[in-house]
Design a protein. Sequence first.
Length: 89
Amino acid sequence: MKRYKNARDVLPESLIREIQKYVRGAHLYIPQTERKGWGETSGARDEMERRNKEIYQKYMDGIGVTELSEIYHLSEERIRGILYELHTE
């Protein structure tokens, strides 16, 4: 969990007084203005896309859904979903 920052350390006093008119002493969450999508920072999204393309290529090379499921430790239903997603691109 991220630590809270004291408003006095990051905001001008005039802004703090304005906020206090609406929120007195309660915790206030201020959302980010630019938020990255899932996996963009860690690289997980790119890794999953690479894996899915690999699954699709192996399927096109003749490896069946059951075997792909065992290789990638995914359900057959998920393998079929990946194949469908990439087939329709």
